[in-house]
Design a protein around this ligand. Structure first.
Ligand code: GLU
Length: 436
């Protein structure tokens, strides 16, 4: 079975080779790299809830706290049947690089529960979310580790988690020591959430697309075709903002199937249709009738190999592999999912001159707005959406510019350039703290 944690370590080793020349003391540098290969702390266990039927069910849960060198651990919590220890660990390394790539004062972490949340009722989901917080206990908190949504976790889930966290603090009479609202980000607007957070990951990706368009001298946005795999929070908002900015989104898919509309699709209508029919593929015309008339049906695999300018994997990891990398026709890939490209595929894409804008830069708009949410919670002051976006856009553009200049100078891949910038920041923090 594929081991994403191994992939994450391989990536780190690759970038360490390039960074080694910048550090004189080879032993100290090797010690720093060794530290970064492992999470600082791995919480792992089982939690049990009572289902609506009265039966008890146990779930395997994890939280991997990878690095606190640059600030509190930060990263989402994922509810998915495919969650594993290795996946959570890999994702926690990527979070450390991501927060460093955009230079926000956090480390990296990730949590997960092996569960298919679609099989749980609302009250079971609430019990599970609360039980997970009890499991985490004081290993999280505003100055320690600040979790957020990830795959299948929502603002409502963050609201339950914050409430449980506060209840836990109340039991020990410590709720006055910190603002419990700052313990989780991605909360609903009514409960300490930030304007713009919901759409921030997708929008941040489009800010990156706009910067790339300037570098590549793309003149007519309406000629740039985009295919997006995944139509959850990230994929939808990427599609929405790319369409609003004038690009042509020609294909989108969900976990079951997708649609292809060569003349460009309407993301809002497509979402409505997905909600009505349950899956995007059902929105396509069939042979007999075309009442929704949104285009032709397409498999997820076919979407990845479409002849488009920009391919946007926005679902799960390991979808671009050694098997399909040779068939990809897009010249640019913007990774909105975490870890969608395996290292083997990455090599093939580099040889084929396909430019990959890596996850740690492309999808950092989410965690960056989480940072703004946390700042607002800690200062007890909430910003307008215009204020949030006026901070997010330059943050993303500055990160892009810094990474692009390393990419241009060193004739490397954008991924390696991003890793070089990010990993260096984490190593420098380890040095400054004297941890190595
Ligand atoms: N789960 C998101 C990510 O992978 C957001 C993390 C956060 O906001 O802390 O970047």
């Amino acid at each position: 079975m594929h081991n994403p944690y191994k992939d994450a370590v391989t990536q780190l080793e690759l970038v360490a080779k390039r960074l080694a020349t910048e550090y004189e003391d080879k032993k100290r540098f090797a010690a720093a790299v060794a530290v970064l290969k492992k999470p600082e702390r791995l919480l792992e266990g089982k939690i049990e809830i009572t289902l609506d039927s009265g039966k008890k069910q146990a779930f395997q849960v994890f939280r991997s706290q990878h690095s606190s060198a640059r600030g509190p651990y930060k990263g989402g919590i994922r509810f998915h049947p495919g969650v594993s220890k290795e996946e959570v660990q890999a994702l926690s390394l990527w979070m450390s690089w991501k927060t460093a790539a955009v230079d926000i004062p956090y480390g990296g972490a990730k949590g997960g529960i092996i569960v298919d949340p679609k099989k749980l009722s609302k009250s079971e989901l609430e019990k599970l979310s609360r039980a997970y917080v009890r499991f985490l206990g004081t290993a999280v908190g505003p100055w320690i580790d600040v979790p957020a949504p990830d795959v299948n976790t929502t603002p409502q889930i963050m609201a339950w988690m914050v409430d449980e966290y506060q209840a836990m603090l109340n039991e020990t009479n410590t709720a006055h020591l910190q603002n419990p609202l700052a313990s989780f980000t991605g909360k609903p607007l009514e409960l300490g959430g930030s304007q713009g957070r919901e759409e921030a990951t997708g929008l941040g990706g489009v800010y990156i697309l706009e910067e790339l368009a300037k570098k590549l001298n793309w003149k007519r946005k309406q000629d740039i075709t985009i295919a997006i795999q995944g139509f959850g929070n990230v994929g939808y908002w990427f599609a929405y903002h790319a369409d609003t900015a004038g690009y042509k989104v020609v294909a989108v898919s969900d976990s079951k199937s997708g649609i292809y509309v060569p003349e460009g699709l309407d993301p809002v209508r497509t979402l409505e249709c997905k909600k009505e029919t349950g899956q995007i593929g059902a929105c396509a015309c069939n042979e007999k009738e075309c009442n929704v008339s949104l285009g032709t049906k397409l498999s997820n695999e076919a979407l990845l190999e479409l002849d488009v300018d920009v391919l946007v994997p926005a679902a799960l990891e390991n979808v671009i592999t050694a098997e399909n990398a040779k068939n990809i026709k897009a010249k640019t890939i913007i990774e909105m999912a975490n870890g969608p490209t395996t290292p083997e595929a990455d090599e093939i894409l580099a040889k084929r001159d396909i430019r990959v804008i890596p996850d740690i830069l492309a999808n950092a708009g989410g965690v960056s707005t989480s940072y703004f949410e946390w700042v607002q919670n800690l200062s007890g002051y909430s910003w307008s959406k215009a204020e949030v976006l006026a901070k997010l856009q330059p943050l993303m553009a500055t990160a892009f510019e810094g990474i692009w200049s390393v990419y241009a100078q060193e004739k490397t891949t954008v991924r390696l350039a991003a890793y070089q910038v990010a990993v260096k920041r984490v190593i420098d923090a380890l040095y400054l703290r004297g941890r190595v």
